[in-house]
Design a protein around this ligand. Structure first.
Ligand SMILES: Cc1cc2nc3c(=O)[nH]c(=O)nc-3n(C[C@H](O)[C@H](O)[C@H](O)COP(=O)(O)OP(=O)(O)OC[C@H]3O[C@@H](n4cnc5c(N)ncnc54)[C@H](O)[C@@H]3O)c2cc1C
Length: 389
C-alpha cells in the first residue's frame, strides 16, 4: 500500500532503481524497529533511545552523505531526503536523525580539518556519536549575532562559557556543534563554530528534557557550559570568526530539510484523514460523501501536489548546488505554513476524536506548530525572501 495519497511522478533525478531499493530498505527498518506501538512508548519517554540510533547506524542510515573515505555511505541529498520522507510518511515526526545526518555532518564534511573528519565522522556513522547543533540561547534566537556564549583561546584550549536553549537531541547528543563568540566584542565576525565531545570534558551540564507542546519523540534541552575546556583543534575551520558565514552557507539545507519533512507530514495527515472519512458515518452516509469534505480534500490534495512538485524542484536545485537562501527560505516558510493549515483542516474531519491525544492526527497537529518557529521563524524567512525583491 502506498504511504502517499499524492499522484506525483518520481522526479527524473531520482528514477534510478538504487533510490527505490534504498527507500524500501529504510521503510523495512522503520516498520521493524519503529512500529507505532514502540513509537508511542518512545513518545512517552520523550526521546528515541540510544540503541535505536545505534541500530540505525548498523543498518546504514547514519552518515548517508558522508564520503566513504570517512566511513560514510557516500550518498547525497537524495538519500537524506528519502530517509526524511519515509520517516514523515509514517508519522514518526520528531526523530531528528535528519539533524544528525543532514545538518551537523555536512558542517564537518564542508569545513572540518582532515584530522576532525577522520576522527569524528566514522563515529557519527556508527552512532557512537549522536550530534546536536547549538545556536539558540535564552537571549538570542532569531538574532543569532547576539549570542553570548564565549569560547576564548587559552594556549592549546578554548574555554567555553554560556548556555544554549531548545537544543534538539539535547539529552542524547555527545557531539555538540556550538556557535560561540571567540571575539565577544564583535557580532557576526566574532562567531566561530566549535566541537564539544561531551564524554571528554568537564563543566558541561544538561538541563531537563523540556516539556513541549508537540514533537514528543525529540529530546530538547537547555545546555550549560561552565569553563569547559576543549582542545584548540576542535575549532571548525582553520580560522576563528568564520562561524556566521558557515551557518549562512549551511542554512539552505537545514531549511530544505524542514520543507521535505513538512511535505511528508502533509502526505501522512492526508492519508490518515482520507482513510477516516471513508469509514466514519454521519446522517447515514460516509463523512467523505458530504460535498464539503470532498471539496476540502480536493483543495488540500491540490495544495499538497503543488507543494510536492516545488519541494522536488528544490531538491534537484540543491543536488546541483543551485539552491540559494531565497528559495530555501520560501520552501521552509511555505511548507511549514501549509502543513499547519492542512493538518488543522484534517483534524476537523475527525470531530471530537481529533482532539484526543491518542489519535495520530492530533499528534500531527501538535507536531506541526513548531515548524513555523524553529530553523528560522516564518517572519525571518520572509525577511530573507524580501531581500531578493
Ligand atoms: C522544539 C524546538 C527545537 C529547536 N531546536 C533547536 C536546535 O536544535 N538548535 C538551535 O540552535 N535552536 C533550536 N531551536 C530554537 C529555534 O530555532 C528558535 O526558537 C527560533 O529561531 C526563534 O528564536 P526565539 O525562540 O529566540 O524567538 P525570537 O527570536 O525571540 O522571536 C520572537 C518573535 O519575534 C519575531 N521576530 C524576531 N525578529 C524579527 C524581525 N527581525 N522581524 C520580524 N519579526 C521578528 C519572530 O519571528 C518571533 O515571532 C528549537 C526551538 C524549538 C521550539
Amino acid at each position: 500500500m502506498s504511504l502517499s495519497p499524492l499522484d506525483v511522478a518520481t522526479p527524473a533525478y531520482r528514477q534510478d532503481e538504487e533510490f527505490s531499493i534504498f527507500a524500501d530498505s529504510v521503510g523495512k527498518f522503520l516498520d521493524r524497529h519503529m512500529p507505532p506501538e514502540r513509537v508511542d512508548e518512545f513518545r512517552r519517554q520523550k526521546c528515541v533511545p540510544r540503541h535505536i540510533w545505534e541500530l540505525a547506524g548498523q543498518n546504514g542510515l547514519l552518515g548517508l552523505s558522508i564520503p566513504e573515505e570517512y566511513g560514510g555511505h557516500g550518498g547525497d541529498y537524495r538519500h537524506e531526503a528519502i530517509l526524511q520522507e519515509e520517516i514523515g510518511r509514517r508519522g514518526i515526526e520528531g526523530w531528528d536523525i535528519a539533524l544528525h545526518n543532514g545538518i551537523v555532518a555536512p558542517y564537518l564534511v564542508d569545513y572540518g580539518s582532515e584530522e576532525q573528519k577522520k576522527r569524528i565522522l566514522p563515529k557519527m556513522v556508527s552512532g557512537e556519536y549522536i550530534s546536536a547543533i547549538c545556536m539558540t540561547e535564552p537571549g538570542a534566537g532569531s538574532d543569532v549575532q547576539s549570542i553570548r556564549t564565549s569560547a576564548i583561546r587559552n594556549g592549546e584550549h578554548y574555554v567555553l562559557n554560556g548556555s544554549k536553549i531548545f537544543i534538539t537531541n539535547g539529552q542524547t547528543a555527545n557531539l555538540l556543534l556550538v556557535a560561540a563568540k571567540t571575539d565577544p566584542n564583535e557580532r557576526a565576525r566574532g562567531i566561530s563554530m566549535v566541537l564539544v565531545e561531551t564524554d571528554h570534558v568537564e563543566g558541561f551540564r544538561r538541563g531537563q528534557n523540556l516539556d513541549k507542546a508537540g514533537r514528543d519523540l525529540a529530546d530538547t534541552s537547555e545546555l550549560f557550559f561552565d569553563n569547559v575546556k576543549i582542545p584548540a583543534e576542535n575549532l571548525l575551520g582553520e580560522n576563528e570568526g568564520r562561524g556566521f558565514g558557515q551557518m549562512m552557507e549551511s542554512l539552505p539545507q537545514e531549511r530544505l530539510n524542514i520543507a521535505v519533512q513538512e511535505c511528508a507530514a502533509i502526505e501522512f495527515a492526508l492519508r490518515i484523514t482520507i482513510e477516516y472519512v471513508k469509514e466514519r458515518k454521519a446522517f447515514g452516509k460516509r463523512i467523505l460523501d458530504f460535498q464539503n469534505t470532498e471539496f476540502r480534500l480536493a483543495e488540500m490534495k491540490t495544495d499538497a501536489t503543488v507543494a510536492k512538485i516545488f519541494v522536488d524542484h528544490c531538491i534537484e536545485e540543491h543536488i546541483h548546488g543551485r539552491l540559494d537562501s531565497t528559495k530555501a527560505s520560501m520552501a521552509k516558510y511555505w511548507l511549514s505554513e501549509l502543513n499547519g493549515k492542512i493538518v488543522d483542516q484534517c483534524l476537523q474531519f475527525f470531530g471530537g476524536y481529533g482532539f484526543m491525544n491518542e489519535y495520530p492526527i492530533t499528534r500531527a497537529w501538535r507536531d506541526a506548530r513548531v515548524t513555523r518557529i524553529y530553523a528560522g521563524t516564518t517572519e525571518v524567512m520572509k525577511l530573507l525572501i524580501a531581500r531578493s525583491i
